[in-house]
Design a protein around this ligand. Structure first.
Ligand code: ATP
Ligand code: MG
Length: 530
């Protein structure tokens, strides 16, 4: 009997099904429209990039890079990988008790050399200096080892043979395929990469881009936290770091949330300084943490070395009292950062945007500086941040672009946005022109071959006019057909049979109350629209 495999979506990823998908579409559509009115245009980015891009921009000391990225080697050389594995496996034959073991080891290594040399001729990316050196050393070793093998499967100088073998094993392990790729854990790095790659700095004014799509992080799945999740984000890149830009980006976000009727959002803002003032503050923090090291949890203890700012983010109950007494970044900003932050707040006031200052708001990614912000929404439990963002003036330069380029952006967690809307009862999707949620506007029931021809034409004209039409593909009995119209929650059943054909009309039944009438096509259109 065939094995009926039951496939399931992988842990931490999920399907977004109708009718929920309609809510996603309208959320994304609203973002396109609102962002469009602020002069932003869409950039569509690849799902994977070189690992190095994220390692360098997001930062090695972040959770994302240190443990959450989906990384893989990209190469077409399964044969080499297989040959390497096989050769490494035959290492055990070098121990006593395997007749002809030495010879079998050497044969396997030779097979690996053949596979690599074959691949080198076709794929130059494989031919890195390290790989060439490794190959050379392996070949030199085997050429000295073969003469040591005797016809009865022993070797004449076992010590020498073994020391060559150890070097071969080491070299086999160090051989690698260079092209390390990662599924994007976020998209700012990609936007900046594209900005540099396409020389967008020559465009007039600021470059304003938005994106939407899936991101990937290997996190512990829970409500509002997935391994494939979605973001809608925007970035402003250019030579100006005027605080008005920060405020307008935030205004754009709040406009979108308002359009979507997302209620109860709270905007938190902070400034985390720049390279002039932050290092000194971080050292101050580190010194304070050293004094209380023993009272901190393991994560925070580790972060004293790697990323002390992140400790401020801690949700651990017993660390709260300690953190509250720490020196605050606000009192440690340099004059420029202080002025910038004050002006951001004034610009928000000018726009009538309410905010809370939160001195403990540090962003998880290394590249942020000065303005940082986060927006929380109700109904999400502890994963209540729907959007995070901030300024990242050094990132373009870090990734090899023009040094003077400044940047600011945000990313909305679409999953959490939708979840919050659903919790608040804003989850209803819209239907056809009649605007109501649910089933089709018209269930077009036909009876007889001539009626089918007429129904196909009528369905086309109704759909062209924007109505959602369900047209049965095969003829059904009257009762069954109308029953299906009910179960599909159609608003109307339009009936075409021989009588209707002869009279040049259709019968329309409103399914909510059973009201029925006979109409010609022009009246039908206006009736459905009413
Ligand atoms: P959090 O503190 O919730 O882990 P983060 O600082 O890692 O968030 P960012 O990298 O700034 O988040 O991403 C911006 C937004 O993307 C977050 O505010 C959140 O709404 C969403 N987000 C981040 N990670 C996930 C995830 N694993 N699943 C669903 N949404 C996520
Ligand atoms: Mg996170």
């Amino acid at each position: 009997m065939a094995d009926k495999a039951k496939f399931q979506a992988i842990k931490g990823v999920r399907d977004i099904l109708p009718p929920e998908s309609a809510l996603w579409n309208s959320g994304e559509q609203a973002a396109r429209e609102v962002f469009g009115t602020f002069g932003f245009a869409e950039i569509r980015l690849p799902i994977f990039e070189q690992t190095e891009l994220f390692a360098r921009s997001v930062g090695l000391d972040t959770d994302i890079v240190s443990k959450e990225m989906y990384t893989f080697e990209d190469h077409g050389h399964r044969d080499i990988e297989f040959a390497r594995k096989f050769a490494l496996n035959t290492e055990r034959y070098l121990k006593p008790g395997y007749p002809f073991g030495m010879e079998r080891f050497l044969q396997a290594v030779d097979a690996f050399v053949d596979a690599v040399e074959g691949a080198f001729s076709g794929d130059k990316s494989l031919e890195s200096r390290a790989n060439k050196e490794a190959l050379l050393e392996i070949k030199q070793a085997t050429s000295q080892m073969w003469p040591l093998v005797t016809p009865d499967g022993a070797v004449t100088n076992e010590d020498a043979f073994r020391s060559f073998a150890i070097r071969i094993v080491f070299r086999l392990q160090s051989f690698h395929f260079e092209n390390l790729l990662t599924l994007r854990p976020e998209a700012t790095a990609s936007v900046v990469r594209a900005y540099i790659e396409h020389g967008m700095q020559v465009q007039p004014g600021n470059v304003k881009l938005y994106y939407m799509g899936p991101m990937f992080r290997r996190e512990r799945p829970q409500k509002g936290r997935y391994r494939q999740f979605y973001q809608i984000g925007a970035e402003v890149l250019g030579t100006s770091d005027a605080p008005g830009i920060d405020a307008e980006v935030i205004e754009m976000l709040m406009t979108l949330f308002e359009r979507l009727k997302l209620k109860g959002t709270i905007l938190n803002i902070n400034s985390i300084g720049d390279k002039n003032c932050r290092p000194a503050y971080v050292e101050k923090l580190r010194a304070e943490f050293e004094k209380v090291r023993e009272q901190l949890g393991a994560d925070s203890q580790r972060r004293i070395e790697t990323n002390p700012l992140r400790v401020l983010d801690s949700k651990l109950e017993h660390e709260q009292a300690i953190i509250e007494k720490l020196p605050r970044i606000g009192e440690n900003l340099c004059d420029d950062c202080r002025a910038h932050y004050a002006e951001v707040k004034r610009q928000l006031d000018l726009r009538g945007i309410r905010y809370q200052e939160n001195w403990r708001l540090v962003r998880g990614l290394d590249y942020y500086m000065r303005t940082t912000f986060e927006i929380t929404a109700p109904g999400l439990g502890s994963q209540n941040a729907v959007c995070g963002g901030g300024r990242y003036d050094g990132l373009v330069e870090l990734l090899g672009g023009p040094a003077a380029t400044k940047g600011i952006g945000f990313a909305i967690g679409t999953d959490r946005l939708i979840l919050s809307l659903q919790e608040a009862g804003e989850g209803a999707a819209t239907g056809g022109p009649s605007g109501k949620a649910g089933g089709p506007d018209v269930y077009l029931a036909w009876f007889g071959a001539a009626a089918q021809t007429a129904a196909i034409g009528l369905a086309k004209r109704l759909r062209d006019a924007g109505f959602v039409v369900e047209l049965p593909a095969v003829e059904m009995k009257f009762g069954k057909s109308l029953g299906l119209a009910d179960r599909l929650k159609s608003r109307h059943a339009v009936i075409v049979g021989d009588d209707e054909l002869a009279a040049g009309i259709v019968t329309v039944k409103r399914l909510s109350d059973g009201a029925q009438q006979k109409l010609a096509e022009p009246e039908l259109m206006s009736y459905l629209r009413a």
